[in-house]
Design a protein around this ligand. Structure first.
Ligand SMILES: O=C[C@H](O)COP(=O)(O)O
Length: 215
């Protein structure tokens, strides 16, 4: 299982979380990534943790004021990027362009979607992974794996019907090792989470709990 921690714009210390994630990953053998804000990418990457961007735009070098260029986040140390997060939704054509931009910059891609039908559509664009997240459970206390397990199994089925090589992650409300284990039992090969770590009093302890069943 891949544990991808999205720091969003929460007021946490990105370097503290990244260092903890790096150490917990090494100690447990579980792959953990941290998706940071653009301005924090270099500092996060310096910790040695697997670093992800939260978004890239469907653009190339040039006149694109205020946009995020895939090559720039890669040069800052990102190895992957989220695309079409529920809090930063794109049109299908722009998701396609962002996946292509990320691939051009050798970034791993995880395209988010709200439901299984959208998962099927974005899987057809050829990302490395897709992540299903029911918006109503994002940021809450109920894990997608227990609150809406069918959406995970249906998303896995929808992706497999299009391209069996695309990994399927799930997210929303995941905060414990039990949640991660349940997600795996539903067929997900990774989890995308945020508040369970970024808002935790002790992010390291939260990470240790998340990977405990996997170690
Ligand atoms: O990117 C992460 C997801 O939106 C899930 O957020 P959450 O773990 O706070 O529910």
């Amino acid at each position: 299982m891949f544990v991808l921690v999205n720091l969003k714009t929460y007021p946490c210390d990105p370097v503290e979380v990244a260092q903890a994630a790096k150490e917990v990953s090494e100690e447990s053998g579980v792959r953990i990534g941290v998706a940071a804000q653009d301005a924090d990418l270099a500092r996060v990457a310096e910790t040695g943790v697997e670093t992800w961007a939260q978004h890239v735009d469907p653009i190339e070098y040039g006149s694109n004021t205020g946009h995020t260029l895939a090559e720039t986040v890669a040069e800052a140390g990102a190895e992957g990027t989220l695309i079409n997060h529920s809090e930063n939704r794109l049109k299908l054509a722009d998701i396609d362009g962002s996946v292509q931009a990320a691939e051009r910059a050798d970034l791993e891609t995880c395209v988010c979607a709200n439901n299984p039908a959208q998962i099927g559509a974005v899987t057809a664009l050829g990302p490395d992974s897709v992540a299903v997240e029911p918006p109503e459970l994002i940021g809450g206390d109920v894990s997608v794996a227990t609150g809406d397990p069918d959406i995970v199994t249906d998303a896995v089925e929808a992706a497999e019907a299009v391209d069996e090589d695309v990994e399927v992650y799930c997210g929303a409300g995941i905060s414990t090792g039990d949640d991660v284990e349940s997600a795996g039992e539903l067929g997900a090969t990774g989890v995308l989470l945020a508040s369970g770590v970024a808002k935790a009093d002790d992010p390291r302890a939260a990470l240790e709990d998340l990977v405990e069943p996997l170690a």
